[in-house]
Design a protein around this ligand. Sequence first.
Ligand code: TLP
Length: 343
Amino acid sequence: MNIVDLRSDTVTKPTPAMWDAMAHAEVGDDVYGEDPTVNKLEAMAAERMGKEAALFVVSGTMGNLVALLAHCQRGDEAIIGDKSHTFLYEQGGMAALGGIMPHTVPNQMEGTLCLSDVRDAIRGDDEHFPRTRLICLENTHNACNGAPLTPWYMGRVAEVAREHGLKIHVDGARIFNAAAALGVDVRELVKDADSVMFCLSKGLCAPVGSMLCGSHEFIKEARRARKVLGGGMRQAGVIAAAGVVALEQMTERLVEDHARAKRLAEGLAELPTVVVEPVFTNILYFRLAPEVTLTAAEVAERLREYGILIGPRSARSFRAVTHYWIDDEGVERMIEAMREILS
Ligand code: TLP
């Protein structure tokens, strides 16, 4: 039985085209700037984002941290959503390694920050205060139902940022999912941002890596920050080759993952003991109705017997993520398994 792994889109293994590209990659020492495949990937990423330059980093976590280190000095403050991945799940690296203060404002249900909250969080020029430098946004928003932030919203945040001389960084781990869901070019989503990080190793299926994009000057700083974190990777063309395939072949098909997440939501919503949250992209949250006596962990354990892996989010709730390796049969198997377990 093949496994239906709904825990995350990070579990995606490389496609056959990626294995082939990796086996035949031309490589060099990337710290000398001499890896042709990394150089190609960085040029492609910059072009796709409409930015001057890009940097290949190990992970999304490293990309966000490198961006924060490049934008901020120690003691500076960054405005950031209280449900953002960077604030919740990156070990507080910005504070631990960068001395940067997170100034959290509440994420709204659709992943945005209220503009009035952002304005209120900006510090005045006073020697008692840290200096506000940066606004961090997340698109799509993982913890807020995978919701995409729109170009319109980005434009409004940019107005506030410009008024106060602040920079904007976008954690766009799943920015291509946002573009696919909204039917816009990804450039539209990041044209108002000073930097954007996106992941090759989630829905785009590459085995390793994320890209950080911005101006030449910003990427020069970012390259220094990556080096001090130990992220200078030498013959990294071996993995960058899969990233090239990811950008060439994998961005347009994300709508299929979104359609399957919707179908999964519809199927689960038919079960009287499951409460399904709104679904916008490839991330679906759902929970058990109060009358269910099983916990989420117990349901997840039972699902294993059906060859299904899923991540409980709390004692009563789950997150399911669709991706390239989840087909229609996998979605139907999940719905049927839940029907049997909860009946
Ligand atoms: N998200 C992972 C887990 O860490 C939760 C997942 O399974 O969704 N930004 C966002 C919005 C992310 O969702 C993630 C990973 C990251 C950054 C970090 O990327 P990596 O795992 O490459 O460091």
